[in-house]
Ligand binder design. Structure first.
Ligand SMILES: [Mg+2]
Length: 253
């Protein structure tokens, strides 16, 4: 019985090319001006705190509490550019990216892509009483901005939770155990949908149900992957499973 759905974003709800060809270049192009304009914002202060707590970033930038704002901005921009170019999943950089995107959405410069089957399926699942959440390497800030401004409208009210790399890596079973506990549901009642076999392997190792999204532009998955394959959310018939079962939760074991 499935009572929760956990969604990956890139290659699952949304095209890889939107993230690669629209979102990433947008953050790169606006990074310096964003830091200059919004340096005093509380949200950017939190990102500075995250950078200062990241030993790798501090070592690489020679970050110091005594830096002038100009020096600190220059160090942050240089390290963020390096990490963005490497597509690194570093929490403070993803948070910074998310803030730049949130501004882009708010002023109407960005509208995020979701496949046409995504919003209708999310509504069906919500109507069937399913708890739908997102786990993405994009920061929670970025996820909320992303789903708040899609080509299918504002989908945030259909999502009950967001998880990013601060919960753990997407390739680690422990991350999925933590997320199931946060729902809270037994892992076996949560279906994780992703385009990446290694993420599904980790979720399955934690006891979650899994589905591999085979979107048209995704690279072909490995032939030997054991996960169910879906070309669209229309093929994911979790609500039938839910309705066929009594609604009472099982006693914890
Ligand atoms: Mg993905």
């Amino acid at each position: 019985m499935i009572r929760g759905v956990l969604l990956d974003v890139e290659g699952t709800t949304s095209s890889l090319s939107f993230v690669r060809d629209v979102l990433y270049p947008f953050a790169l192009q606006r990074l310096s001006s964003f830091l200059l304009r919004r340096w005093g914002d509380a949200a950017l202060g939190r990102v500075r705190g995250q950078l200062a707590a990241d030993p790798a970033a501090v070592a690489f930038t020679a970050w110091s509490a005594d830096d002038t704002p100009e020096a600190a901005r220059s160090k942050m921009a240089g390290e963020a550019l390096r990490l963005m170019a490497a597509d690194a999943k570093v929490t403070w950089m993803k948070e910074l990216q998310g803030l730049i995107w949130a501004e882009g959405y708010a002023v109407g410069l960005l509208k995020s892509h979701v496949y046409p089957d995504v919003a209708p399926a999310m509504r069906r699942w919500a109507d069937a009483g399913l708890d739908v959440r997102v786990f993405s390497s994009g920061s929670v800030t970025a996820q909320k901005a992303f789903f708040g401004h899609t080509v299918s409208g504002d989908l945030t009210r259909l999502l009950k939770g967001h998880y990013d790399t601060s919960t753990g890596p997407k390739s680690a079973p422990e991350s999925y155990r933590r997320i199931a506990a946060a729902f809270p549901l037994p892992p076996g009642e949560v279906l994780f949908l992703s385009d990446k076999a290694e993420e599904l392997d980790a979720a399955a190792a934690a006891g979650m149900r899994t589905g591999l999204m085979a979107r048209p532009e995704n690279p072909p998955p490995p032939d030997d992957t054991p996960h169910s394959r879906f070309a669209s959310f229309d093929m994911v018939l979790v609500e039938e499973t839910t309705q066929a079962q009594p609604a009472a939760p099982e006693a914890p074991t």
